[in-house]
Every structure is written in structure tokens, then in C-alpha cells.
Design a protein around this ligand. Structure first.
Ligand code: NAD
Length: 306
């Protein structure tokens, strides 16, 4: 039976650990945990006889793959996988996977929570506004955006989305109205929520051309990445649209300046918190274990990223 290593410099919560063990035991797999290690040599030693490894932000680089002669699969319990050297994984014939979607509800709840927080003037005692009846536009319609749409529709928002990589029926199926130009995302939204990845194409794509289109009192919500924002344009829109507000889980590099100039119109989480829930943590761990079992039992490579 395959030997699975769970290597977590920052361990999973106790509940997640129990559930991962239960999955692996049910399948009859051997497993071992390496938690709270302080030196990468400990990880490399533990990899010596592992055929599968579940990691969190642990580094799987060329050296790690060299120490893992039996390894067939590495699964990052989480969405991002920039801690895995994908070329090295491929060169060593190792399948690399992430666990997409497992933290999406957590991120979506944070996005909606920040919208309510700013609509209620950061709970400062002054009368605010409601989300119900307002227009929400989503830029990108992947995992997180779909959860945001579901919650927003429950609240009574009118939800639109733009995603040039998807057919309209994907949105229509979720009760969301498709948009066909990025400009409309910025023109139409009372709340504009960003859900695109940071890539070469999207770097600084939220620029003045788009921000100049927003309504006077629009709220921009960013749980995606700071790199997609043109920070100079962001400062300009604050200056020109006197009721424009910005809430973000990924504070810009000029956050101190914005906070000083417009304290009532911004909110930044102290550090990226979108995926920081025990449920997201547990879901990702269980999904990683299940993906490993499906890989060995059925050759399932659905979430392969290399
Ligand atoms: P996803 O891959 O499921 O969805 C991204 C969507 O964006 C896809 O549907 C894709 O077609 C679309 N897209 C790509 N380029 C686009 C473009 N130029 N214009 C319009 N649409 C475009 O990703 P997700 O899980 O929904 O996450 C979205 C982003 O949120 C991630 O890329 C990540 O940066 C961020 N994220 C943040 C946290 C957090 O803790 N705050 C956690 C998870 C994800």
C-alpha cells in the first residue's frame, strides 16, 4: 500500500489531522506526519520512502525531489502552488496537484463581510446602507466568484459577471447575468469584486481606463491579488470620486498612504485572511488525501498542475 507523508511546517488543525488520518486508514494506506520541522533536511529525510506527500506552504524544490526517489505525487493542500517547483516535479515523474475550490467559500464570505463592514461605515455608530437591491459586478467567474454570487443573491443583490474564458450559460446557470466587456464591470457595479488571477496579462489591469468609469460611490472589493491593481490609478480615483471606497484582503504597497488620506473610505485586513478558516483548512487537507487515493486507485489526475 502507498506510503503517504503529511509534511507541514505549519501543521493542520487537530480536526483536519483526524479527518486526513481517517481517509487514509479507510483506504488502508500507511502514513506518517512530519510537523513543526525547523530545517529542510528533516523534510528531505522524511521524503526518502514516501510515495505521496501532502504539503501546505512547505517547499518542494529540486533538492526535495532529489531526496524522494519513490515519490509519485505531491498535493498542495490549498489553492496556490508556487512552493512546488513544477519543472522539477515533472523531471522526476511526479504529479503535482493543488486542491482548488476548498477555500473558496471562506474567501467569498470575507468579500461579502468586507462589503457589509464598509456599507455600515465600519460599525462606527453612523447610519449606513444595505447590500440588498444593489448591483454587484464580478470580474472573473471562477470558484471564489461563484460563492460570492451565491451569497450575494441570497442577500438580494443584482449580480453580473465578466469572464471571457467562459460561455454565458456558466453564469446563467448560477442566476448571474453575463457581461461581455470589462468596461461594463466597472461602469455598472455599486460593488465591484475582483476574482481574476495575477498573471502577466492581468498585472495592473485595473488601471485608470477602468477605474475612471466607476460610479461616484462605488465600492471596489479585492480578495484576489494586489498585483492586478494599478496603485497610482487607485490613488487618483480616491481623489476624483469623493465617495469611492476600497476594501481589500491584499493591501497595496501604498496602503499606509491611502489609509492616512482616506481613513473612512478604506479597509485592509492586517494580513491575507481570505482562506484563514478552520473549515478551509480541513477541507483542503481531506481533499488532498482523497485526491491521492483517487490517483493511486483510479489514475485520477483531475487536479494535476504540471
Ligand atoms: P479560479 O481559477 O477558479 O478563477 C479565476 C477566474 O478568472 C477563471 O474563471 C478565469 O477564466 C478568469 N480569468 C482569468 N483571466 C481573466 C481575465 N483576464 N479577465 C477575466 N477573467 C479572467 O480562481 P479562484 O479560486 O476563484 O480565485 C481567484 C483569485 O483569488 C486567485 O487567482 C487568487 O489570486 C485569489 N485568492 C485569494 C485568496 C485569499 O486568501 N484572499 C484565496 C484564494 C484565492
Amino acid at each position: 500500500m502507498p506510503k503517504v507523508l503529511i509534511a507541514t511546517e505549519k501543521p493542520f488543525a487537530a480536526d483536519a489531522v483526524q479527518k486526513i488520518k481517517a481517509e487514509l486508514e479507510k483506504a488502508g494506506y500507511e502514513y506518517s506526519f512530519l510537523e513543526n520541522y525547523t530545517d529542510k533536511s528533516e523534510l528531505h529525510n522524511a521524503l526518502a520512502d514516501a510515495e505521496a506527500v501532502i504539503i501546505r506552504s512547505d517547499i518542494m524544490d529540486e533538492e526535495a525531489f532529489n531526496s524522494a526517489p519513490k515519490l509519485k505525487i505531491v498535493v498542495r493542500a490549498g489553492a496556490g502552488y508556487d512552493n512546488i517547483d513544477l519543472k522539477a516535479a515533472t523531471a522526476h515523474n511526479v504529479v503535482a496537484m493543488n486542491t482548488p475550490g476548498q477555500n473558496s467559500n471562506a474567501v467569498a464570505e470575507l468579500a461579502i463581510g468586507m462589503m457589509i463592514y464598509i456599507a455600515r461605515n465600519k460599525f462606527n455608530g453612523k447610519s449606513g446602507t444595505e447590500l440588498s437591491g444593489k448591483t454587484l459586478t464580478l470580474y472573473g467567474f471562477g470558484w471564489v466568484a461563484r460563492y460570492v454570487a451565491k451569497i450575494a443573491k441570497g442577500i438580494g443583490m443584482d449580480v453580473y459577471a465578466y469572464d471571457p474564458y467562459l460561455q454565458d450559460d456558466v453564469m446563467l446557470k448560477e442566476g448571474v447575468k453575463p457581461l461581455h466587456s470589462v468596461e461594463d464591470v466597472f461602469k455598472l457595479g455599486d460593488y465591484i469584486s475582483l476574482h481574476i488571477p495575477a498573471t502577466e496579462e492581468t498585472k495592473k489591469c485595473v488601471n485608470w481606463n477602468l477605474l475612471s468609469l466607476v460610479k461616484e460611490d462605488a465600492v471596489l472589493v479585492n480578495t484576489a491579488r494586489k498585483e492586478i491593481i494599478d496603485e497610482e490609478a487607485l490613488l487618483k480615483v480616491f481623489a476624483e470620486k469623493k465617495k469611492f471606497r476600497y476594501v481589500s484582503d491584499v493591501a497595496p504597497d501604498n496602503s499606509a498612504e491611502i489609509l492616512e488620506l482616506y481613513p473612512d473610505r478604506v479597509f485592509f485586513t492586517p494580513k491575507k485572511m481570505g482562506a484563514q478558516t478552520s473549515e478551509a483548512n480541513t477541507n483542503a487537507g481531506i481533499a488532498a488525501a482523497k485526491q491521492i487515493i483517487a490517483f493511486f486507485e483510479k489514475g485520477d489526475t483531475t487536479y494535476k498542475v504540471n
